[in-house]
Write a protein that binds this ligand. Structure first.
Ligand code: FAD
Length: 441
């Protein structure tokens, strides 16, 4: 579990879900660019490998440090803001939960966010972290320029030129392989609020309204309860700025902490101890989907606390394949053969130019599959990966996946162009860890 103290004292690292663990030799939390640069230069001279960690929220071992582990925890916050041009520059170590309130003070907001806000901005940008909204890209797509330190200790700044810009398209989702992101400049929007509506529907009803909902709502998300044909539909609309009302915040917080987390923990434990109860829990959760409407600043509503631990894999498929893929998944999960009660999260994201974005050049449906921590996830995820392969599914880099060098080459037409940029900035392979040594030969 991510703790600076453990990293410092025990020199042991683990990610949030404890699906990746490792020990390393040295841990540093530099306070400024000069300090960071000098660390990289020394490591370069001594032939040591570096991994920068964000909040360690990736499920895959992409952040796993081996020799030198660096955290930008002390390099956080707003560097500069220009409300007129709609750009704000943040230090790489800034946590997403810090960004909303800072931008609000300047009458600004992020275009979109995912469903938690514990990650660092550099980690989120490095992995293509996304929310939902078919007219919107990932958080990486909101970056106008990147500042980073390469594998020799040299500082670079690059401003995106156009959609064909190879360096920008490699930096868009760089997985930490081009160097350490020190700052990112984000395109931001005038402050806005969201009206969020959630309700229960059947898959058939969802599909009947799917296309019109996609075009009507800025954000559309489904949570589908395996072994049932019931989904929770979440629709979000942009409204003029208004804070969340105090009492609504309290009600929402109790509901999210007590029902979504504490009660769900109890239900999850029932499933872990007695997997045969899984189908009942899935049905029970689906039948208790609340009808709810909430309003508040976007950053107050995008994210939810996630206290119940789980394993996750998430795969993007071309949006046209979504109904057919859903149909195949529905029949495969009819009798809940994998004893899974966590809902399948379905989001929709616009295609973007980043070479390693799972939604590279195609509007995509992202389907995320979860299994409660401590329950067998392998047979479920392996089945999922087989099904999703038929639809050319590209896994999220920050989630569990079965990517091999051959698969990456097959799925990412611009993998070779990415590797050329990577070679230019880290020919010594200082930033390549064990996970990537399996992918980059
Ligand atoms: C409960 C939960 C919910 C999640 N929800 C979503 C979601 O809604 N949408 C979504 O898309 N993803 C989601 N994720 C995945 C998560 O957003 C990504 O894995 C993200 O990268 C985590 O950010 P982090 O700061 O923890 O980065 P880490 O996991 O620590 O690192 C990720 C990668 O970024 C690199 N990195 C970190 N900092 C730097 C830096 N300064 N310079 C260069 N490289 C760096 C690391 O080396 C590593 O390769 C979720 C994860 C969890 C655990």
């Amino acid at each position: 579990m991510f703790s600076l103290k453990t990293l410092q004292t025990k020199k042991q690292w683990s990610n949030w879900a404890e699906t990746a663990q490792g020990s390393f030799e040295q841990f540093f939390t530099p306070h400024n660019t000069e300090e960071l640069q000098s660390l990289v230069e020394t490591a370069y001279k001594n032939g040591k490998r570096i991994r920068v960690i964000g909040a360690s929220h990736s499920f895959s071992p992409i952040a796993l440090p081996e020799e030198i582990c660096i955290s930008l925890h002390e390099m956080r916050g707003l560097d500069s803001v220009d409300a007129a041009s709609g750009e704000a520059t943040f230090w790489g170590g800034t946590y997403l939960y810090e960004i909303g309130p800072i931008l609000k003070e300047h009458g600004l907001a992020l275009e979109n966010m995912g469903d938690i806000q514990e990650q660092t901005i550099a980690g989120a940008v490095s992995t293509g972290t996304h929310g939902t909204g078919i007219t919107l890209g990932s958080i990486s797509n909101q970056v106008a320029s990147w500042e980073w330190i390469d594998g020799t200790g040299t500082y670079h700044k690059h401003r995106r030129l156009n959609e064909e810009d190879p360096l920008a398209n490699s930096l868009q989702v760089s997985l930490g392989l081009l160097g350490i992101l020190v700052k990112v400049t984000l395109k931001v929007l005038p402050l806005y609020s969201l009206k969020v509506t959630t309700f229960r529907a059947t898959i058939e009803e969802g599909l009947a309204n799917w296309k019109s909902d996609l075009s009507h709502f800025r954000h559309l998300e489904w949570f589908w309860f395996p072994g049932t044909n019931l989904i929770q539909v979440k629709q979000m609309e942009l409204i003029p700025p208004e804070p969340q009302k105090k009492w609504e915040k309290t009600v929402s917080s109790i509901s999210k902490t007590v029902i979504d987390n504490q009660a769900y923990y109890v239900l999850s434990e029932i499933c872990r101890r007695n997997p045969k109860r899984t189908q009942w829990v899935s049905e029970f959760s689906a039948k208790n989907i609340p009808n709810r409407t909430e309003k508040g600043y976007s950053y107050e509503l995008f994210a939810t606390p996630r206290k119940v631990k789980f394993y996750e894999t998430e795969i993007a498929i071309p949006i046209e394949s979504f109904p057919e893929c859903l149909d195949e998944l529905t029949s495969g999960l009819k009798d809940n053969p994998f004893f899974v009660h966590f809902p399948i999260e379905i989001r929709f994201v616009k295609g973007e130019s980043g070479y390693l974005n799972p939604n590279h050049q195609q509007d995509s449906a992202f389907l995320a599959f979860h299994m409660y921590k401590g329950m067998p996830y392998k047979p479920y995820f392996e089945w999922v990966w087989n099904v999703m392969e038929k639809y050319n599914g590209r896994p999220h880099w920050g989630k569990m996946n079965q990517l091999t060098e051959e698969k990456v080459q097959e799925l990412y037409p611009k993998w070779g162009s990415f590797l050329e940029e990577r070679e230019r900035y880290d020919s010594n392979r200082m930033y390549v860890n064990k996970y990537f040594r399996g992918l980059i030969k």
